[in-house]
Design a protein around this ligand. Structure first.
Ligand SMILES: [Fe+2]
Length: 231
């Protein structure tokens, strides 16, 4: 299985604080059956340039890879891009995509979105330069009209949710219903540490398999692999 959203790189954002913590998080993901992890540190265009962010991220990635002493899952570089008004004008948005793909993970604000921001996401999606993935949509799903989600999906926008959406009893029903209706396309742990936001992909997949059946779950995993260009 693939973890599409994680903060496993050490000391680049509010995720892992040390190489030991990163290593332990990766080892937990491995034991849960994850073979590919996308490292998606936060990118805030207000705080730093794209070049500075990418060089910090790449340095953290290189240090992590050279420090891991066990046979670890494939780690792909990506970013969790914080949406701001004008994001579509950022040059070279594609440099923020998940390595080897055109998938761009965008984190939207937790509020009702303006018509301007919905149109801007649509225009990025329709530009053909990148494929938009909205991060942890469960945080703002209920704040938008149903038509907004329909519009975005018609533009090919993909939806990512966190493992906790399935694990939390209060949201499990909603999560399963959205998944069954093909309104969830990618799953991520959004793990930040070993304490209050640890990786919990295994638990989420157990629930998915129990609620939707083995063949649906396998197909969900297969469709995610296809997004990475895997067989
Ligand atoms: Fe995140």
């Amino acid at each position: 299985m693939i973890d599409f959203h994680s903060h496993i790189l050490s000391s680049v954002d509010d995720g892992s604080k040390s190489m030991e913590e990163s290593s332990e998080m990766i080892s937990m993901l491995l034991s849960q059956g994850v073979d590919t992890v996308v490292a998606t540190p936060h990118f805030y265009a207000d705080d730093e340039s794209l070049d500075d962010f990418l060089s910090r991220r790449d340095a953290a990635y290189e240090s992590l890879i050279s420090s891991l002493t066990f046979s670890h899952p494939r780690i792909l570089r990506g970013a969790e891009v914080s949406y701001y008004s004008g994001l579509s004008r950022l040059d070279e948005l594609s440099r923020l995509c998940i390595e080897g793909t055109d998938l761009l993970l965008i984190e939207m604000p937790v509020c009702k979105w303006t018509e301007y921001s919905v149109r801007e996401i649509e225009s990025i999606a329709l530009s053909g330069a990148v494929r938009v993935v909205l991060a942890h949509i469960e945080r703002y799903y209920h704040l938008q009209k149903a038509q907004t989600w329909d519009r975005l999906m018609q533009c090919g926008v993909l939806m990512q949710v966190n493992a906790s959406f399935f694990i939390r009893r209060s949201s499990r029903g909603k999560a399963v219903s959205l998944l069954r209706r093909n309104r969830i396309h990618l799953l991520g742990s959004d793990c930040h540490n070993l304490s209050h936001r640890p990786p919990r992909m295994g638990e989420a997949y157990k629930i998915i398999a129990k609620k939707t059946g083995e063949s649906f779950t396998k197909d969900f995993i297969r469709r995610q692999r296809a997004l990475l260009g895997d067989d």
